[in-house]
Design a protein around this ligand. Structure first.
Ligand code: SF4
Length: 369
């Protein structure tokens, strides 16, 4: 698995953000680099670590080849001797986890909520400003809009300072209010996609999945609000045993009530966090029961709404639907299995979550020749 945290040695007390430039010595002589205030460049490397120097340093990074870190933006925690790779320069999967607090307790949550919160927005802003040209940055939690004033300020500042950046924000859609209208319309919504979960047309099923009574009613009000402020919505439905039979009904509901959404994403479950605890009662084997998925997808597409399948291994999806199943599992948690050897679809397939269980998964799976 690609490491998102590395060990560092640094002579500092407080956390700071730094971008690493891993130029080789000869390269530096040929093209003297222009380092900014937050950058450090590679001075020397040995088998144990790499030394960087510059205004943002010095810093020694341990246990990873410096060529893998060129352009990465780190949040360094000197007291722990670690650094989080907030931006991996060659990856399209960079996400800022802005809080671990949440007001819902979803049965399949991959990142179960915690009470503790540390505000890192100042660091996130610096990191975003150092992101590669044209990057899309994910914002996730917990529930990011629990801290919506900080979130809005962050977005406003970064969207203005970096007109080339885009954001994908995951939110449970519970915390927007009419008072947010002017702030929301003041943000360049053409560069933000809001990923919002809806699990069922039936309020009792949705509320049970998210562990909060009245959540679906509030969510539908706020989806209407997002529509009014011109927000791009990616509606997300994790496919599970409790909601799979009702998927075609949910599709009908979407076409009637939510035709403004940009995309409907039907997603496979992740076997971690609460998803692992509840796996036996949650995991829906879509390789054996794709019918409900196919009917639901056909319905929304027939009404002109885009639909996608996220986190589905391609061989579990009938051929006619594979073009709707992009490789969505983030690179750092993606894996393939021995069954994938020689598979002709491997280059386009997103494979599995690293932690997908061997014995409780798909009934039909295997290399496609
Ligand atoms: S065999 Fe592996 S690589 Fe091929 S489609 Fe299935 S999961 Fe993807």
């Amino acid at each position: 698995m690609i490491p998102l945290r590395v060990k560092v040695e640094v002579n500092a007390e407080e956390p700071f953000v730094v971008r690493l430039r891993s130029f080789e010595a000869e390269e530096r002589e040929r093209e003297p680099e222009q380092l900014n205030h937050f950058e450090v460049s590679l001075e020397r490397a040995d088998p144990d670590g790499a030394d960087y120097a510059g205004e943002g340093g010095p810093i020694r990074v341990l246990g990873i080849d410096p060529s893998e870190l060129d352009g990465d933006v780190l949040l360094v925690n000197p007291r722990r001797g670690t650094a989080d790779r907030l931006i991996r320069s060659t990856s399209p999967h960079n996400t800022f986890l802005v809080t671990e607090r949440c007001d819902q307790v979803c049965v399949m949550c991959s990142q179960p909520p915690k009470k503790h919160h540390v505000d890192l927005f100042t660091y996130f802003e610096t990191a975003a400003l150092l992101a590669p040209e044209g990057a899309t940055i994910g914002i996730s939690g917990g529930e990011p809009t629990l801290f919506k004033e900080r979130l809005f300020t962050f977005l406003k500042r970064v969207l203005v300072a970096r007109p080339d950046l885009f954001f994908h924000i995951l939110t449970n859609g519970q915390h927007f209010e009419e008072d947010d209208r002017s702030t929301m319309t003041g943000l360049d919504q053409s560069r933000i996609v809001w990923g919002v979960p809806l699990y069922s047309h039936d309020p009792s099923v949705h509320d049970q999945v998210v562990g909060k009574q009245g959540a679906q009613e509030r969510l539908l009000d706020n989806l209407a609000f997002l529509c009014r402020v011109g927000a791009a919505v990616e509606l997300r439905t994790v496919l599970m045993q409790p909601n799979a039979p009702g998927l075609p009904e949910l599709a009908r509901f979407i076409t009637a009530m939510l035709p403004f959404i940009r995309t409907w994403a039907v997603m496979q479950t992740e076997n971690i966090g609460y998803g692992r605890m509840n796996w036996k009662t949650l995991f829906y084997d879509s390789s054996e029961g794709f019918d409900v998925v196919g009917r639901a997808i056909d319905l929304v597409r027939s009404r002109g709404i885009d639909a996608r399948l996220y986190n589905f291994p391609l061989c579990t999806v009938p051929e006619a639907y594979r073009h709707l199943a992009p490789a969505t599992i983030s690179d750092w948690k993606r894996t393939y299995r021995e069954e994938c050897e020689g598979c002709s679809l491997k280059a386009e397939c997103g494979g599995f979550f690293e932690w997908h269980p061997r014995d409780h998964g798909y009934g039909r799976l295997g290399a496609v020749q």
